[in-house]
Design a protein around this ligand. Sequence first.
Ligand code: ADP
Length: 213
Amino acid sequence: MTARPAAHEGGPARHARFLIVGPQGSGKGTQGVVVAKAFGVPQVATGDIFRENVSGGTDLGKRVQAIIEAGDLVPDELTSELVRDRLSQPDAEYGFLLDGYPRNRGQVADLDGFLISRGEQLDAVIELAVPRAESIARLTQRAIEQGRTDDTEEVISNRLAIYERETAPILDDYRARGLVARIDGVGTLAEVTDRIFSSLAVRGLVPAHPGAA
Ligand code: ADP
């Protein structure tokens, strides 16, 4: 295998392993797609994969449907296995952008174990920070536009509570590892995208195909 320069050695990143973390309604799905495309890596959103399985009526979909509709977390074992399978696909060899995973400390440990077994490590954790009121306003709007079954007021507040209790703490762990790029998520889509790329560039993470952004 040819040696590849690490991302911090300058020039376009040879690999890009990112997480994007933020509360519901932070815009991480939209921003994640843009970042993944620019770096030429697959965007892997666990929520999307679960929803596809529910609408496709697969065994997995049947197992997770009630959990998702209540806004609870799918068990770690099932979620982590799904992610390991996805990240083992050839298109994720040089990187990925994970959206919605890991979501608690157990999943962080699972992802660490998987990456260590492959001799890989994360390049950055993109934190999209938005105030709670903004997050709720955006979700309410999305509920009207998309009609997602888990976008009712009661389920939204459950998902936000789980985010604050279980997901926000993982950012402290990644911050301690020096991996977190904290981005102000309030602004236009383009403004937020610019902030993300600037913050990644400061870390030496430059897309090989910036035109794709
Ligand atoms: P949101 O972030 O807006 O809640 P997602 O699309 O990321 O939406 O997730 C939708 C649902 O899928 C979650 O409420 C949860 O039930 C399930 N899910 C997604 N990712 C995970 C995960 N990493 N661990 C457990 N459950 C998950």
